[in-house]
Design a protein around this ligand. Structure first.
Ligand SMILES: Cc1ncc(COP(=O)(O)O)c(C=O)c1O
Length: 400
């Protein structure tokens, strides 16, 4: 059996192949680099039931991940999050086949653990000595935790108004926190300017090839959890878009392996905030690229991404799957964050709430119907966004 089924890296825009034995960021064309696997070889080496029977965690998909099979990943037990039926919420929305893929239980409380486990694993394998990242919040904490796990320093650049806990957790994991007066794209520019002096490898989303490979495991798990079939619709809160693009890639790989029915693909719904909706605007305009959003504001901080390097890949995934893109406002998404908690007991983040609001709107418009099987992604833990949680009662009582 070969040590890896990763055959090559390639530029997502030009298709040109690139070496897989060294640290790479963007392709020479300035676009994301993707991984290609020998699906025929995987099919001969392992079947889906063997993968399903392995101990839990995203690394059980080893043949579909870039690390050589004989190497150990940098892991904290990420992945294998629950797919929860949401019957009470479904009844309220008139959508009886509603599920929530709840990512809040991942290490560091968000799906960012998957991507950063993969990126830190591969960068360490290829010789990186330190890491740098711009973060809207959750990715920074995840990088700090996985860097600590790898025994390497990291530098995390966040907008200064990012939720406080996500900043503090960087420090708690021993990362170097740098607060920037600006948005995540401003943080990205600082990373690009400083990474050489810091001797740090830039693990910005989609600016290295492997975070997407970690994120795609959400799609692999989903197929397995549903008994090797896919839902009709996937509703995903979109910032950089890595999870959406990753799941699209995962389904193509599963179909290539013959592990799912190759014809059926879920319609993808990209959810953004009305305060920062570059992908929605581009989708509606029929454009292939998104124009960066000016003055982005939203308390769903993961969605406060004015421009994404993988915009054209997201837009292609939405169109190829007959999907759509929806912008929802902050008041509604924060209310629906609490609805997920109160009706289903889910530790929902604002981004997860945004998906509920989007589903509500799409049902009203008739884009969704009671027959549709729908999976909403709750991408992180709401308890990391203290500022958005309801206030405490002002009264206290005396002990008896
Ligand atoms: C909780 C949460 N949801 C969604 C997103 C957006 O994810 P993606 O970059 O995969 O679009 C983020 C990114 O910061 C996030 O932290």
């Amino acid at each position: 059996m070969p040590d890896t089924f990763l055959t090559e890296l390639y530029c997502s825009a030009t298709g040109d192949t690139l070496p897989r034995d060294r640290l790479l960021n963007l392709s020479p064309a300035g676009k994301p680099i993707l991984c290609r696997y020998d699906l025929e070889g995987i099919r001969g080496a392992v079947d889906r039931d063997q993968v399903a029977a392995r101990p839990p965690g995203m690394w059980r998909w080893a043949e579909l991940l870039p690390l050589p099979l004989t190497q150990s990943p940098v892991t904290l037990g990420e992945g294998d999050t629950p797919l929860l039926p949401a019957a009470r919420l479904g009844r309220e929305l008139g959508l009886p086949k509603l599920w929530v893929k709840d990512e809040s239980g991942n290490p560091t409380g968000s799906f960012k653990a998957r991507g950063l486990s993969a990126a830190v694993t591969m960068a360490t394998h290829l010789g990186a000595e330190a890491f740098a990242i711009p973060s809207a919040g959750n990715a920074g904490g995840a990088l700090a935790a996985y860097s600590a796990r790898a025994g390497k320093p990291c530098h995390v650049f966040v907008p200064a108004d990012t939720p406080v806990i996500t900043q503090q957790e960087v420090i708690a994991y021993g990362g170097n926190l740098v607060r920037v007066e600006g948005l995540i794209n401003d943080c990205g520019k600082v990373v690009a300017a400083r990474r050489e002096a810091l001797g740090a490898f830039d693990v910005s989303t989609l600016k290295e090839p492997y975070r997407i490979e970690g994120k795609k495991t959400m799609g692999l798990e989903l197929a397995q959890q549903l008994g090797w079939r896919l839902p009709d619709v996937i509703v995903y809160p979109t910032g950089g878009g890595t999870g959406l693009i990753g799941m699209h890639k995962a389904f193509a790989e599963l179909a290539g392996l013959g592990w799912i029915d190759s014809d059926k693909r879920p319609r993808f719904v990209s959810v953004q905030s009305t305060g920062c909706a570059p992908v929605v605007r581009a989708f509606e305009a029929g454009a292939q690229h998104a124009v960066p959003w000016e003055n982005a504001t939203t308390r769903a901080y993961g969605l406060r991404v004015p421009g994404a390097v993988g915009d054209f890949l997201m837009l292609a995934a939405l169109r190829e799957t007959n999907g759509t893109a929806v912008a929802v406002d902050d008041e509604a998404l924060l209310a629906d964050m609490l609805v997920l908690g109160q009706l289903e007991g889910i530790n929902a983040c604002p981004e997860g709430g945004a998906c509920v609001t989007a589903v509500r709107a799409l049902k009203e418009q008739g884009w969704l119907s009671a027959d549709d099987e729908i999976v909403i992604f709750n991408t992180g833990a709401g308890t990391k966004y203290l500022e958005t949680l309801p206030p405490l009662p002002t009264e206290t009582i005396k002990p008896i």
